[in-house]
Unconditional design. Structure first.
Length: 499
């Protein structure tokens, strides 16, 4: 295997040497393609192929990367790929002249060229451009992988996304959909009066979620700072300041493991609305998912990884405790103490991470994770979460051990998290204190004390509903992507060992 790799590397090096020699010859002849600064393209390949009747026999100028060539003596065909399509060109010595045609024949797969000519159809009915003039715009010095038969190794695809986009055009479609999805989400929120804002990525306190942060150092201030793990606390400060509806779509960073659903940096949507609660957040969640699917895909009925899913509104809504009872028959309304809950967990072989999690609320969460989450295929709101796992949510008026919080599940995965926001500064301070205690006991995902946020609550936060949706997971759902890396242009990758 190592010998084959060495031979392949040798072949690439030889090909690169030949391409550099071609470039040097052009430069010495005063025809350096890298000196070209602009090229006046009139049309893309997609425009021409989608409107053939409009362009038939008309002169056009197209440009793109050579992905195929057939040299046939005094006439040749080449195919170029631009931003949206591929198009063939007929190139002949009679149209270009001997010198230009001779130069064209030396150009390589991967080179970027411009073509001016008229549009026609070949005998096989393929829409093409009959070239009158061809221009080399950029020389490709490194061959495309596998002689352009496709870049298949996922690891290499993610590392070299620029190559992946060239040799696997369907990949580009997923990222075009990503842009359309985010644009539609913005449109929905702006229609509802939400103001898009930006909040700091660097913070002196890690807060707004339970997650291990990335730590960096600010040299001028000589202090450690944290990359944000959530957008929440600063957005709620803006509600205190008088904005009634705000949202942000931005990168957040969590120093945790990586798998098909998790990347250390990812995109979150968080929105907050004064004078609303978590039931209002359920309604807007349904609308964001269903309207975006309808607008981008043309339907609210999708198939994700072999599962038929209906995103049409009126999703199921059930409390966490009732969902556990529905699946297992166990009713936590009948379990009143921490000791009873821990005993039940041990009886059912539910692993408790550490002593700080030996509470009724934490055990309820562990039972849900173990038994229920994987069963939630159709869109479902799970609501009324234990206070122990919801430090920023308002307590339930029905049961102060619970909070007005929900998460939305589709296809057995969580896609969003929302609260009736806690606006009692005294209660919030006590919950922050419990987070600090957990942190001091060794839980490096627990939150920190944020005195300034407490001050903001003391100024007064109106009743507020808040929602967070993982944008990457939404895009995975609507593009039927298996891994989060398939919807991130540049996912985090372990550096290659070049030693």
């Amino acid at each position: 295997m190592q010998e084959n790799n060495k031979e392949q590397e040798l072949d690439i090096n030889q090909l690169m040497k030949i391409r550099r020699e071609k470039l040097q010859e052009m430069q010495e002849a005063g025809k350096d393609p890298f000196e070209i600064t602009k090229f006046n393209r009139t049309n893309t390949a997609g425009e021409i192929k989608n409107n053939y009747e409009k362009y038939e026999q008309k002169d056009v100028t197209v440009c793109g990367r050579i992905i195929a060539k057939r040299i046939m003596g005094k006439a040749s065909f080449c195919t170029i790929q631009d931003c949206d399509e591929r198009i063939q060109s007929y190139v002949s010595i009679n149209d270009l002249g001997e010198e230009a045609y001779k130069a064209f024949k030396t150009w390589d797969i991967g080179d970027i060229i411009g073509i001016t000519g008229f549009v026609f159809k070949t005998r096989t009915e393929e829409i093409s451009v009959h070239a009158k003039e061809v221009t080399l715009l950029s020389k490709s010095l490194r061959p495309l992988p596998e002689k352009f038969h496709g870049l298949k190794d996922p690891d290499l695809r993610y590392r070299q996304r620029y190559t992946d986009l060239i040799v696997n055009p369907e990949v580009k479609e997923a990222f075009i959909l990503r842009s359309k999805i985010i644009s539609e989400v913005r449109k929905i929120l702006e229609e509802k009066g939400y103001l898009e804002v930006e909040t700091p990525i660097l913070n002196t306190i890690s807060g707004g979620a339970t997650a291990r942060p990335f730590i960096t150092h600010h040299n001028a201030l000589d202090i450690n700072m944290y990359l944000r793990i959530a957008l929440e606390l600063n957005l709620k400060r803006l509600i205190v300041g008088g904005f009634d509806k705000v949202y942000e779509i931005g990168r957040v960073f969590r120093n945790e493991g990586m798998d098909i659903r998790h990347n250390p940096e990812f995109t979150m949507l968080e929105l907050y609305a004064a004078y609303q609660d978590y039931h209002d957040m359920m309604n807007i969640t349904e609308e964001i998912f269903s309207r975006t699917a309808k607008e981008v895909l043309g339907t609210t009925k999708i198939n994700y990884q072999g599962q038929d899913i209906d995103l049409t509104p009126n999703w199921k809504r059930i409390t966490m405790i009732d969902s556990i009872k529905e699946v297992t028959g166990i009713d936590f309304n009948e379990i009143q103490t921490d000791e009873e809950a821990v005993a039940l967990a041990k009886e059912k072989n539910i692993e408790i991470p550490d002593k700080t999690k030996e509470t009724r609320g934490d055990i309820i969460s562990l039972f849900f994770d173990e038994y229920v989450e994987k069963t939630l295929i159709q869109p479902t709101f799970i609501y009324d979460y234990p206070v122990e796992i919801s430090p920023l949510a308002k307590r339930s008026k029905k049961d102060p051990r619970l909070t007005e919080r929900f998460e939305v599940f589709i296809g057995g995965r969580e896609y969003g998290n929302a609260f009736s926001e806690l606006n009692d500064p005294i209660d919030q301070y006590e919950r922050f204190k419990k987070q600090v205690e957990a942190r001091e006991a060794g839980d490096d995902e627990a939150g920190m004390m944020d005195e300034d946020y407490i001050q903001a609550l003391e100024i007064g936060l109106p009743p507020t509903g808040g929602l967070g949706i993982g944008i990457d997971r939404l895009i995975m759902l609507l593009t039927d992507a298996t891994s989060i890396r398939d919807v991130l242009l540049f996912p985090t990758m372990k550096p290659l060992n070049n030693a």
